[in-house]
Design a protein around this ligand. Structure first.
Ligand SMILES: [Zn+2]
Length: 324
């Protein structure tokens, strides 16, 4: 089955042949005494989970992003329990399902927790996500095998959560903000990865949680305005962070981020020129260097075979950069 890239959001196309791959185990690791990471998973054959970061605050834990699959939300809840603190607040970096999918489970386990995010989800519900729902329904209709329908049905169930995926507190501007009693710096970008992307800087630990403004093994361009994204990376570079947690992939130091940013710029430049798609793909792998491990190269190539043509399709990009 072939579909135009625009019709298959969330890297569904490269994942289709292997959608039933085995789940990936996740355990929390300590980034600083007050900060733990529940790593997401982004592997061929499965829709991704974004990374989640847990920050200890006076009123309980702040959880930044909640993953997509139930087992990721479960890992966050287990990490909170092991830490002996309730989840007091959630911050979502953006509305993609691999970052907000666990919100309903966390709300159920910790009633009263406040979710903070940009206002972009509401618009996505009637736009991008409504189209995604229609595509899932079509895929189910075209898939006679009930077992193979399961991943699509799971996505529909997530979409059915509706408002439970969205924020209680809407970020309308960047700046200092106290969440669960801890002072944080919040950035608001967009259009970049989505129409409204939030990043979180914790001055106490100098950890910057970037969401999908930084993703490995490649930038995930499904809903992106690339030029706005590049500008947002410039603002991240001005933050005095020591360690940056990307939306997908392992934490980076400043040198790793600088390399990512340069590779991102190179990819955009290549896509804007006359080089073949394959040259842009190899250029990304060359510029990203050790950020993409040998074991991830084939996966990175397959993703970019999908994303580079997206970068060369001017009309959808214009619309997204105009905020629609
Ligand atoms: Zn993501």
């Amino acid at each position: 089955m072939r579909r135009s890239p625009a019709a298959v959001p969330f890297v569904l196309l490269p994942l289709l042949p292997l959608l039933l791959a085995a789940p990936v185990p996740r355990a929390a690791t300590e980034l600083a005494p007050a900060v733990r990471l529940v790593p997401g998973a982004f592997v061929p054959g499965r829709q991704p989970d974004g990374n989640s970061v847990l920050i200890a605050a006076p009123d309980g834990l702040i959880v930044i992003d909640t993953g997509r699959h139930p087992e990721h939300a479960q890992a966050i809840l287990a990490a909170a329990k092991a830490w002996g603190r309730p989840v007091a607040a959630v911050v979502n970096t953006h509305w993609h399902l691999d970052h907000v999918g666990g919100n309903p489970r966390l709300r159920a386990a910790h009633p009263g927790l406040q979710v903070t995010a940009s206002g972009a989800y509401e618009k996505a519900r009637t736009g991008f996500l409504a189209r995604y729902r229609a595509q899932l329904e079509q895929l189910i209709a075209e898939t006679p095998d009930a077992t193979r329908q399961e991943p699509y049905r799971a996505e529909l169930a997530l979409l059915d959560a509706g408002a439970a995926l969205g924020p209680d507190q809407v970020v309308r501007a960047g700046g200092e903000r106290t969440i669960a009693g801890r002072r944080l710096r919040i950035g608001l970008e967009g259009p970049a990865v989505t129409a409204g992307d939030v990043w979180v800087y914790d001055p106490g630990t100098r950890i910057l949680v970037a969401g999908d403004l930084v993703t490995l093994p490649v930038p995930l361009l499904d809903t992106a305005c690339p030029a706005g994204w590049a500008a947002a990376l410039g603002r991240l570079a001005a933050v005095d962070f020591q360690r940056l947690v990307p939306g997908h992939g392992a934490p980076l130091d400043r040198a790793g981020f600088a390399r990512y940013r340069a590779a991102f710029g190179g990819l955009l430049e290549c896509a804007a020129g006359k080089a073949a798609d394959a040259a842009c793909i190899e250029g990304w792998l060359r510029d990203a260097g050790p950020l993409v491990s040998a074991g991830e190269q084939a996966f990175a190539r397959s993703l970019l075979e999908y994303y580079v043509p997206l970068l060369r399709d001017p009309e959808p990009l214009r619309a997204r950069c105009a905020g629609s």
